[in-house]
Every structure is written in structure tokens, then in C-alpha cells.
Design a protein around this ligand. Structure first.
Ligand SMILES: *[C@@H]1O[C@H](CO)[C@@H](O)[C@H](O)[C@H]1NC(C)=O
Length: 407
């Protein structure tokens, strides 16, 4: 029967101006099976409807594509690229108290130090002593053995480097580097599952840090988003008394941490909700938490500049589809059941179009500036923006390089 049901042509003309024509349904054979022709008609109608939907509503643009942001400056493609030779995923960047560095933690568990163009990157520290198998730049299945250093901060008084290792908890290493020692692995009897970022209050001698989930480890960060996981914690570690306190619990992927310039409040990026939360530490509102800012995507680390403003790196901008997924956990769980792989799931959140977006917030939470590489020409999936001496140093949890942008 193949070929005996005639021929039809579906022609879409002038796709841009929403005009659609279905043409020429021509019969070539006398004996036409009516069921077959019904199938063809139905298919043609469905195709036509789909075409109309895509032409008029542009779901591929409005649903999946990263949105264009008002007043954003598409400038970050002018960044200089600094390759992290032999490594991947420089997630956080930090300079030491003498301005040396930056230092960055990479996917194989090392912390590297940038020594300038001549020496390049040198090994500075590790968080695990069991590193015989840690030889590949990217091996997520070994992260719990090799360590995965994320947030980094120097204690300016001692020169010690504190490390939030996603698997091994809070660690510290002296100014000369080497093997980091353990500071903390749990709070209230509950082990950290996904230690992520921190800031240090020199005045209080306290470290504020996030444990992004009590269920999912870092290599399953997509599950934190897709499951609508709300088991993240925000904690405080007193260096003198060695006491750890849970300040906030039930958070939806708490991530970056930054103290305000005067130390009166601390910001926490809540990745799944696209919010920056503010917890008041001192003053009349001490202990209160509220929304400091809503950012146009999934925030990663936050860093304060010398003016007291904050740079927030967005892992990706939010699309209508990704917001729909992250605000309805059943959809994410359904997607997981279908068996999509990491790349497909990540695309469902990132909108199939890699890009880089950095948002500058005032001390009051207003969006002051949005800088982008909207086409992902140089930068994408950025995880931190560190401002120093008129330059932005831009990290990425997935790329093999950092970017340097002249302000
Ligand atoms: C060291 O790592 C290997 C896997 O690379 C593991 O089998 C072994 O148990 C680890 N040893 C210790 C002491 O953790």
C-alpha cells in the first residue's frame, strides 16, 4: 500500500510574518484508502497547528531561550581568557592579603595559584590526602575521594586559606599551602552533603557558610534544582570557641555568601528560587531574613567590591521553561523519570544557548548593572565575579578557563 495514498505538500510560506498556507493536497490514485487519507489529513492539521503555534507564540524563544534583559550591556565577550592548564572548573577565585593570586579550586580537587604570565598556574593546596587516582581533569565519580574545593576565603589576620569543599566539608590550609586540615564536617549531628561557599567576618572571628543540600552531593546539583530540594542550611562557625550553629534551614539550594561592608547583614544566594536572601546579623532587625534582590537567573557566588556593592554570577539566566520546572517539582521529577542525561537536563535549565551574566547589586539590593556575554562567545556558566583594581575576574564551574574583564 506504500505510495498508494497520494501525495500532499505542506508548505509554510513567510514564516516570519505569521502567514501560513497549506497547499496542494493532490490525489494521484483512484483507489484511496479513506483511513489513510484521514491519517494524512490529521498529520497535516497537527503540523499546521504546530507551525502556527511556533510562528505566533515562538515557544522556542519565549519558553526556552534565555531572555533579553533590559539595560544589560553585552560586553563580557571582550574578556581576556586565562586557561587553567590541564584543569577544569575554576569555581571560586580569591586573592591573598598581599594581593597575590588569584587562587582557585578546580574539578580534580587541587587549589591552584596564578603566578603571572611567566610562571602560570602552580599547585598550592589539596583537600584530600588520597590522591593516587585523581589524575583526570574531570572525574565527577571521584570527587568524594579527591575533594572538590568550591568557595575560598583568606583569613586576613592569619593568612590562612579557608576552603568550602563540596564533599569534605570546611577545611583550612596555611599561607604556604599543602594539605588542608579539617575544620568541620557536620552540624547538629548531620553531616554536610554539599558545602559550597563562605565569607569570613574578621571582627567577629566567625565564618558564615552554606551547605547546599542535605540529600544531594555536588555532582548531582541538577537534582537539587529538579527535585525542588529544600534541605539546604546556612551556618556559622566560631573560630575561637569552635562552635557551629545552624542559622537558617529549609533553604532551596543556598549557594554564594557575602557579608556587607559593615558586617550588619549577610547575603545568601538561593539558587533554585533566583533570590538573594539577606540575614540581618546586627542592629534592630538582627535575626530577620528577607529577600534582598530577585535576579534574572540562577545565582552562584556573590562577592563584595571595595565600594560595598555586590557582584552576583548567574550560572544561567532563567527561561520561562526553567522557572516553570523549578517552581513545580513534579515536572522536574517527571523529566528525571524519562531518563534524560545530565547534558539534556542541564539544557532544559540553561535554555540551549550558553551565555554569561553578571549582576551588580547596590548595598540596598537594587540592580545597578548587568554585564553579559549573551552569545557565550567567550564566557559561559560563570560561577563568580571578583572585582579587583578595575578588573573583573570571572570564574566558571564548568569551563577550563577564567575571564578577565577591564571595567
Ligand atoms: C583512597 O581512594 C581509593 C579510591 O581511589 C579508595 O578505594 C580507598 O578506600 C581510599 N582510602 C582511604 C584511606 O580513604
Amino acid at each position: 500500500m506504500v505510495g498508494s495514498y497520494g501525495r500532499f505538500t505542506l508548505s509554510l510560506s513567510n514564516f516570519q510574518t505569521n502567514k501560513l498556507h497549506i497547499l496542494h493536497y493532490t490525489k494521484h490514485h483512484r483507489q484511496l484508502q479513506s483511513t489513510m487519507s484521514n491519517v494524512v489529513l490529521l498529520t497535516a492539521t497537527l503540523l499546521a497547528l504546530l507551525a502556527v503555534t511556533f510562528t505566533i507564540f515562538k515557544p522556542h524563544q519565549t519558553l526556552f531561550a534565555p531572555p533579553q534583559l533590559p539595560a544589560s550591556k553585552d560586553l563580557l565577550h571582550a574578556s581576556r581568557i586565562l586557561h587553567v592548564t590541564g584543569a577544569l572548573g575554576p569555581e571560586s577565585l580569591v586573592f591573598d592579603r598581599h594581593g597575590g593570586g588569584p587562587y582557585t579550586g578546580v574539578a580534580d580537587g587541587r587549589i591552584l595559584k596564578w603566578q603571572g604570565d611567566e610562571l602560570g598556574w602552580t599547585d598550592f593546596a589539596v583537600t584530600s590526602s588520597n590522591r593516587t587516582e585523581c589524575v583526570r581533569p574531570f572525574a565527577p565519580e571521584l570527587e568524594h575521594i579527591c575533594g572538590r574545593p568550591l568557595g575560598l576565603k583568606f583569613d586576613k589576620k592569619s593568612g590562612d586559606l579557608y576552603i568550602a569543599d563540596a564533599y569534605l566539608g570546611l577545611k583550612v590550609v596555611g599561607p604556604e599551602g599543602g594539605l588542608a586540615t579539617q575544620v568541620l564536617t557536620e552540624a547538629e549531628g548531620q553531616p554536610f552533603r554539599f558545602t559550597n561557599d563562605m565569607d569570613i567576618s574578621e571582627d567577629e572571628d566567625v565564618i558564615y557558610f552554606t551547605d547546599s543540600s542535605s540529600v544531594f552531593p555536588r555532582r548531582q546539583f541538577m537534582l537539587v534544582l529538579l527535585h525542588g530540594d529544600k534541605t539546604g542550611r546556612f551556618l556559622k562557625y566560631n573560630k575561637a570557641t569552635k562552635e557551629v550553629t545552624v542559622l537558617l534551614r529549609g533553604l532551596a539550594f543556598p549557594n554564594g555568601v557575602a557579608l556587607s561592608k559593615d558586617g550588619s547583614f549577610v547575603l545568601i544566594a538561593e539558587t533554585s528560587t533566583c533570590k538573594i536572601l539577606r540575614l540581618w546579623l546586627h542592629g534592630p532587625n538582627a535575626g530577620e531574613v528577607n529577600t534582598f534582590a530577585v535576579v534574572p537567573g540562577f545565582p552562584d557566588n556573590i562577592r563584595r567590591n571595595s565600594e560595598g556593592e555586590f557582584w552576583v554570577a548567574l550560572h544561567v539566566k532563567g527561561t520561562r521553561f526553567s522557572r516553570w520546572i523549578t517552581s513545580n517539582a513534579w515536572i522536574g521529577k517527571a523529566l528525571l523519570k524519562v531518563g534524560f542525561n545530565f547534558k539534556q537536563l542541564h539544557s532544559s535549565i540553561s535554555g540551549w544557548k550558553p551565555h554569561a551574566t553578571a549582576v551588580k547589586l547596590s548595598e540596598k539590593g537594587e540592580i545597578l548593572e548587568v554585564l553579559e556575554d549573551s552569545e557565550g562567545k567567550k564566557l559561559k556558566f560563570i560561577s563568580e565575579v571578583e572585582e579587583k583594581d578595575g578588573k573583573l575576574w570571572i570564574a566558571s564551574v564548568l569551563m577550563p578557563f577564567i575571564g578577565i574583564y577591564n571595567l
